[in-house]
Ligand binder design. Structure first.
Ligand SMILES: [Zn+2]
Length: 299
């Protein structure tokens, strides 16, 4: 049974009409519970410890984040209000990626129904991201001797700038990001491999570029584990994304990434990352499609 970790039961306090689609998380979990009952094992993970977080973040930043010492500028850059509840949710969400990585190493596949908070840097948060779950989880697997080398495949429409910066001088973790060239963040970092796509890139062009990059990354880097950020925001109707993928194209993307990873004999952790379709159900459908593809290919 596919292990799926969720954390939406810990609230994210937001003002009315805030642009962050927090409801996608319970909607997605409910859809999975209803439609895929008996095929998935849904669990709440343990929260990430300070020790784990400090492998990717500075002690000063973690201390400010946990104890409410962030400046208004630091909070504004993240774009979510700070609260004790958000600290708790974030710890659990990072814990979900760590737990999913452990499960993936043991069983081949596992999922976090959140995570992909790739804009968080060593000493600051940004763009809805407080802590970088991919960097923390990759280093947790190394510390636990579960994987020596990790490949991060970031297919969110936004560049994984925080991940690239944190892991810049770390040859044991390979960062691959395929994203919209003109999308946030406007100042891009340098990943181990970046593919920046023009506005309006469609399914065919996207899939060709992804296939090429993915093959090169898998060939060039000897990974023991893959973390796949299956962002729903390359979708053509996304409020923030500038690419033009259809739902069918996104499903093909998931299939392409997962079949390449399976062919290489690697375990994979899948995280959801972003998704800001005007109709939240579209975002939920895209993420749900990712889970269905994982289930099909892991069965
Ligand atoms: Zn995104």
């Amino acid at each position: 049974m596919l292990k799926i970790f969720y954390t939406d039961t810990f609230p994210i306090p937001l003002p009315e009409k805030h642009g962050f689609p927090k409801d996608k998380y319970p909607l997605l979990r409910n859809k999975i519970s209803t439609r895929l009952a008996g095929k998935v094992d849904m669990q709440i993970p343990m929260p990430a410890s300070d020790e784990a977080i400090l492998r990717a973040h500075s002690a000063a930043y973690l201390n400010r984040f946990v104890h409410g010492g962030l400046t208004s500028d630091e909070i504004r850059r993240v774009g979510l209000p700070w609260s004790k509840q958000i600290v708790k949710r974030t710890r659990y969400s990072v814990g979900a990626t760590i737990a999913a990585c452990r499960a993936a190493v043991a069983e081949g596949f596992a999922v976090n129904l959140g995570g992909g908070t790739h804009h968080a840097f060593h000493d600051r948060g940004q763009g809805f991201c407080w802590l970088n779950d991919s960097a923390i989880a990759a280093r947790a697997m190394q510390a636990e001797s579960l994987a020596e080398t990790i490949l991060i495949v970031d297919c969110d429409v936004h560049q994984g700038n925080g991940t690239a910066a944190i892991l810049k001088n770390d040859p044991s973790i390979f960062t691959f990001s395929i994203h919209g060239k003109n999308n946030f963040p406007y100042h891009k970092e340098t990943s181990d491999m970046d593919i920046a796509l023009e506005d309006g890139t469609d399914d065919d062009a996207y899939l060709k570029a992804l296939e090429k990059g993915l093959d090169k990354a898998i060939q060039r880097f000897s990974a023991g584990l893959v973390i796949y950020l299956a962002g729903a925001d390359p979708y053509k109707k996304d409020r923030f994304g500038r690419l033009a993928l259809t739902k069918a194209g996104l499903a093909q993307r998931d299939r392409l990434v997962l079949t390449r990873i399976i062919k290489a004999g690697l375990p994979v952790t899948v995280t959801m990352a972003g998704g800001y379709a005007p109709e939240i159900q579209d975002t939920v459908d895209i993420h749900f499609g990712t889970i269905e593809t994982v289930l099909e290919l892991s069965g």
